[in-house]
Design a protein around this ligand. Structure first.
Ligand code: NOJ
Length: 587
């Protein structure tokens, strides 16, 4: 057993978060795009799930090249979503229901339409020139102009764009239209602090911080190591992920956050070094509360490219989680727990092989395994009703995401006649494209899943399975639905707060490729979370896995807990396909 470490108690540790991606949440004015009044109309639905905090993805004014992660004005709301006054109503609506509210802070980059960049690109001596990262060209032996280094953009190709007018390159780690801000320049940091205060003063209770570990870059801007010899563009993360001044900058943000008693979660791709993460999230560091790490969602990527086929084992997934669970528990840090968000495919399709007949139980199993670990659980819109990936038969015209479309474009350019490569890419898009998480939320069995009016063409097609029970209305009315199951998980976590929020974590049956099991313990209270990760029936031996005795059955992905008691009375426990059970056991 892990020795008991003192765990600081905090409201944000006890909270669960619901993530809203506005374009696809709920359309209130029949223009085919979700909006803030639509969100307000669903606050009771979110509250009834047992959620404590609502996180709204970027809703600011934006040309929507990267669906709002390209911000043109941090003080204005995109017209299609509503107004600042609507956001104020939304905040109030959350507060009235005892929920908190988070904004998305995207400050590694802006849109190229932002006034700062418009100024910056207008001449080399403009007062905003230094707000972005401008560098002169390099020239090769033949005198050809080359970017300042070999970094690849997250959305394909070089991360540098040549500017004809001022004859320099600017850095964009994402789309060409998303220039990176220069955090070395103090006025940039000051401007970010002002944006934070603006929204905190409006009642926001904190921020989700987009790629916050990219804000400090190695000022030498060295070439990234060559890992994929097929392309000139290589990952430069070694020089911009968790760069030299990151913690200084995070402390600057942390000082403001502390004034307002907030919640903060930082997105941190690439980082695997636990010490480095602890420097950001340890309780006494006063930087941010928790981070999103990526190991478990990068699990099915190819060696060089997310859209190449990849394979993974359950033991890998368990090992990633175990590592972070232990590190945080033993070092007074905290975890953000997630399977899904707007950048990820749907979990039931990614992590299980469930078919039509066992999708519901598989999505409940995933809810159990995630929601009862140590950390703050994040539920992404539609996850609570077990929404799935886009249908296999959808053509490329249904895909909208810049990441996927750029990949497709380059493939067609570079290998126009390679039908096999194109077929494989199409299969991988259906499994991994961000579009999978971006189809409209399915509210009812009405046309368009009730997301928008019956005669409206939504900005993105609705997954047709809304007509087959994957919709919120049907699930709210069905006590055995995924929606009610998620509510039960979140309620259980609160009911046994000491165990599930503040208890230790021990992985059980480590080497099994079929079982995901762990215990949580607080003093002499102990629970076992036991999940069958397969679509077959399994026998499981409790005593060889250290289970001394069962005190109570708390939750089960099949309807009745009584039948669990009967089945678990014998020496071998039989588990049905994708069954998960939560038991109070002898310590
Ligand atoms: C991470 C966000 O989650 C993603 O949607 C976005 O494209 C990039 N950061 C760039 O802002």
């Amino acid at each position: 057993m892990t020795k008991s470490a003192p765990q600081h108690r905090a409201w944000w540790k006890e909270s669960s978060v619901y993530q809203i991606w506005p374009a696809s949440f709920k359309d209130s004015n029949d223009d085919g795009i979700g909006d803030i009044p639509g969100i307000i109309s669903k606050l009771d639905y979110i509250k009834n799930l047992g959620i404590d905090i609502v996180w709204l993805c970027p809703s600011y004014k934006s040309p929507q090249v990267d669906m709002g992660y390209d911000i043109a004005d941090y003080y204005t709301i995109a017209e299609e979503y509503g107004t600042v006054a609507d956001v104020e109503k939304l905040i109030q609506g959350c507060h009235d229901r005892g929920m908190k509210f988070l904004m998305d802070l995207v400050v590694n980059h802006t849109s190229d339409q932002h006034e700062w960049f418009q100024q910056s690109r207008s001449s080399r001596d403009n007062e905003f020139r230094n707000w972005y990262i401008w560098k002169p060209a390099r020239y090769d032996e033949e005198g050809n102009r080359r970017p300042p280094n070999n970094w690849v953009s997250h959305f394909q190709g070089s991360a540098w764009e040549w500017d004809e007018l001022t004859q320099e390159y600017y850095l964009h780690l994402y789309a060409t239209e998303q220039p990176d801000l220069n955090w070395e320049h103090a006025p940039v940091r000051k401007a970010v602090h002002e944006i934070m205060r603006f929204w905190l003063d409006k009642g926001a209770n904190g921020f989700r911080m987009d790629v916050i570990n990219f804000i400090s870059k190695d000022q030498r801007f060295p070439d990234g190591p060559i890992k994929d010899a097929r392309t000139p563009w290589q990952w430069g993360d070694k020089y911009y992920a968790n760069g030299p001044r990151l913690h200084e900058y995070l402390r600057g943000l942390g000082e403001i956050l502390a004034e307002y008693d907030t919640f903060s979660v930082g997105e941190m791709p690439f980082v695997k070094d636990t010490e480095e993460v602890l420097r950001a999230v340890r309780y006494d560091r006063k930087e941010i509360n928790m981070i999103f790490n990526f190991e478990h969602v990068d699990i099915d990527h190819g060696v060089y490219d997310k859209f190449e086929p990849g394979s993974w084992k359950l033991t890998d997934l368990k090992a990633f989680f175990e590592n972070w669970q232990k590190v945080m528990y033993e070092n007074d840090g905290w975890n953000a727990l997630y399977w899904e968000n707007h950048d990820q495919p749907r979990s039931v399709d990614r992590y299980t092989r469930a078919g039509e007949e066992d999708r519901v139980v598989a999505s409940k199993m995933l809810a159990t395994v995630l929601g009862l670990k140590a950390g703050s659980p994040f539920v992404y819109q539609g996850q609570e009703i077990g929404m799935g990936n886009v249908p296999r038969g959808w053509g490329m015209e249904e895909y909208k995401d810049i990441d996927c479309l750029n990949h497709w474009k380059r493939l067609l350019e570079h290998r126009p006649n390679d039908r096999e490569a194109q077929k494989i890419a199409r299969e991988e898009y259906q499994k991994k494209s961000r579009d999978n998480g971006r189809t409209p939320v399915q509210w009812s069995a009405a046309p368009n899943g009730g997301f928008t009016g019956p005669n409206v063409k939504p900005w993105m097609s609705v997954n047709p399975d809304y007509a087959r029970g994957v919709n919120a209305e049907a699930q709210v009315n069905d006590p055995n639905s995924t929606y009610h199951y998620w509510a039960a998980v979140l309620a259980l976590r609160k009911r046994y707060l000491d165990i599930f929020v503040y208890g230790s974590y021990e992985l059980v049956d480590r080497d099994s490729q079929a079982i995901f099991a762990y215990t949580r313990q607080y003093e002499d209270q102990k629970a076992l979370v036991l999940a069958n990760w397969t679509g077959g029936t399994l026998e499981w031996d409790p005593s060889s896995n250290g289970v001394k005795g069962v005190k109570d059955v708390l939750l089960n992905t099949y309807d009745s807990t009584r039948d669990v008691q009967d089945r678990f009375a014998s020496a071998q426990w039989s588990l049905r396909p994708y069954e998960a059970v939560v038991l109070l056991i002898e310590a």
